[in-house]
Ligand binder design. Sequence first.
Ligand code: GDP
Ligand code: MG
Length: 204
Amino acid sequence: MTQQKHQREDRTLVIIKPDGIQRSLIGEIIKRYERLGFKLVGLKMLVPTPEFIEQHYTLDTAWRQKTGEKTIAGYEKKGLEPPSRDPLEITAKILANLKKYLTAGPVIAMVWQGAHVVEIIRKVTGGTEPLTSDVGTIRGDFVFDSYQMSDNDNRAVRNLIHASGSPGEAEREIPHWFKREELVSYKVFQEKILYDVNLDGILE
Ligand code: GDP
Ligand code: MG
């Protein structure tokens, strides 16, 4: 029987998008994840190509359909007519704009590790549209863009960060951005406090 991995080995991919770097938010963003107790196991700066970004968003073959449907539902919820009823047509436009956005300058790619890391990093990053992201989240606290404004200007919504949406997404995205040897396996001593069962060895 293969032993199940402990949750402390969960990993997620985070990208600080070009606007996050231009807004001088690198330190602020890293601080938010680091102070939760997560461990940074991979980090690099690069200027991605449009092909690389298209591959990133379409690693999940259902992404085009799902994103199109989600976007149409979003318009309907606001009582607005979507620009198209065809999910794939909507996504094609979103993808073209994402390619422009994410290749506009350097980005920082990171892999973070720890229990429930995918879910908790999504929680502190905040919802996709900064206009409605909760106060206290990174997107809610540091940017104010909206779908209304970005759609009017035919560009991607500027939301500072990409973070994997599910453990499955993380598993596909991490190897797209990092070679195995670029990720470092190491200990940080606070892990004893975060995960140790007996919490012994503190008292002298
Ligand atoms: P994320 O995981 O929070 O980044 O969101 P998704 O994976 O669902 O969407 C990826 C990207 O597609 C977002 O960062 C947006 O740029 C774009 N997007 C998603 N939903 C919508 C929408 O309803 N309207 C528009 N205009 N763009 C969207
Ligand atoms: Mg996503």
